[in-house]
Design a protein around this ligand. Sequence first.
Ligand SMILES: C[S@@+](CC[C@H](N)C(=O)[O-])C[C@H]1O[C@@H](n2cnc3c(N)ncnc32)[C@H](O)[C@@H]1O
Length: 281
Amino acid sequence: MSLTCPLCHGALIPVEKSYRCSKGHSFDLAREGYLSLLHGRQKGEGRGDSKAMMLARDRVHRAGVFDPLVSALAALPFETPPRTLLELGCGEGFFLGHMAKSHGIATSYGLDLSVDAVKLSARTLKQSLILRADLLQALPFADGSLDLVQSIFAPRPLAEIKRVLRPGGYALFVYPQGDHWQELRAFLPLAGIGEDKLPANLEGFAATASLHVTEKLALPHAVLVDLVEMSPSIHRLTREGTPWQTLLPASLAATLSLRLALFRKDRNSDLQPPVLSRINA
Ligand SMILES: C[S@@+](CC[C@H](N)C(=O)[O-])C[C@H]1O[C@@H](n2cnc3c(N)ncnc32)[C@H](O)[C@@H]1O
């Protein structure tokens, strides 16, 4: 078992409808099936994506908008097939479910801070254990315990990802490119997409694959509305009272443009440096 207690970092073991560590810390499975590892003041904090954003993203996925990414993920060349998977910021679990299924991954975890995300993903992904936790804190996994960690349109805590991956394990990142949905920006002042912040070389990792997934898609008004609704820009547009739905066209040919980057953790990166004998003692 690779899950660890967020309070003492000891192993968490399933006991009936909860998970417990040897120090007696206990975390209950929610009615919907997810495990909340939030504790103390973290509890009840309503951060992460809202329910409206989650439902809009679900409709976009059902409309097949991200199918080119699903196909690219399914075709990823893993030299050693992963048997354990963690998705950070899994949202409603769309890509987590596809990755686990297409690569035959037996043990999978989804982690998200949003209560609506974990409720939705736990309801749809019965084979995965869904965790409510903050990915910006220490990840609730033992050192070197996972084969694959993925972050798709979500934050990337690199030091923690490296810690929880086993030597030779994979880190997978998907993030938008500068021209992603650029045609939509002609109609609405959406937040800009930053420069590609992920370096080609990550210390302790070898770059294994880097793909540009791009396609021009004909999108109807309803999908354009959902793309805005699921983006962080929705908060500002709503706050400013912009009548943004009416500014969108009836349909639009828009560019999907994403980078998919796969890294492999160095096989000997967890080895301790040799202890040098003291010759001048
Ligand atoms: C843009 S969504 C991507 C969801 C999913 N990976 C997908 O592509 O469909 C980003 C997700 O990260 C989650 N998130 C943001 N900050 C987080 C944090 N500090 N800890 C855990 N999850 C977080 C949000 O709640 C949201 O579900």
